[in-house]
Design a protein around this ligand. Structure first.
Ligand SMILES: [Cu+2]
Length: 203
């Protein structure tokens, strides 16, 4: 008598195959928002964050921490965009003491204290929408910014102001920018599946 294979529960291999296929289907539907940011103060371009507003859904923080270093009496990068729930590693690369604190309530007024070269202290930023300044008690000229989103659809402009935001789900968004002083005008985009849309913004 033949065994009715079809009536059996799915094998482990079959379940793994189904799990492997599911994300692939999503990736095909996603698109890209790219373009160029121009501003009068070109030197400030690395301190701009371009992002999508109006994103639906929830997105996990990355498993691994991201880094903001202290090097040459500066926070590097000076502006760090992250997803809510991301842990930031603060490494001191200078042969002197540094300190990290923030007066901002959205960053829980963090105060990591003072520490020497090659030591890392960490902090998890839990609040989306937080634009938190970071300061060093010892060096008043030092200033960094953590910019927290509830999704991963953001980018820092590269050379020439060019940016790319990949893996964007289809939808209608506003492309906006954040800079500590220069206000964003924003521009609407509508993205269909697996499409690439170009937006140029002038600040
Ligand atoms: Cu310092």
């Amino acid at each position: 008598m033949r065994t009715l294979v079809a009536s059996k529960a799915p094998t482990t291999l079959a379940i793994l195959a189904m799990l492997a296929c599911a994300p692939a289907a999503q990736v095909h539907a996603q698109g890209t928002v790219a373009g160029t940011i121009t501003m009068n103060k070109q030197l400030e371009l690395p301190n701009v964050v371009v992002f999508l507003d109006g994103v639906q859904g929830t997105f996990p923080a990355p498993d691994k921490p991201v880094e903001m270093n202290q090097h040459g009496l500066q926070f590097i990068p000076k502006v760090l965009p992250i997803v809510k729930g991301t842990t930031v590693n603060f490494l001191n690369e200078d042969p002197i003491l540094h300190d990290v604190f923030s007066p901002d309530p959205c960053a829980e007024k963090l105060n990591l204290g003072t520490w020497p070269k090659d030591i890392v202290r960490t902090f998890k930023f839990a609040n989306a929408g937080c634009r938190s300044v970071l300061l060093c008690n010892i060096h008043p000229g030092m200033e960094g910014w953590i910019v927290v989103f509830d999704h991963p659809f953001f980018a820092k402009p590269a050379e020439g102001g060019r940016f790319t935001i990949p893996n964007v789900p289809p939808g209608k968004y506003q492309v906006k920018t954040w800079h500590k002083k220069v206000k964003s005008k924003g521009a609407p985009v509508e993205l269909k599946a697996a499409e690439s849309v170009t937006v140029d913004l002038s600040l």
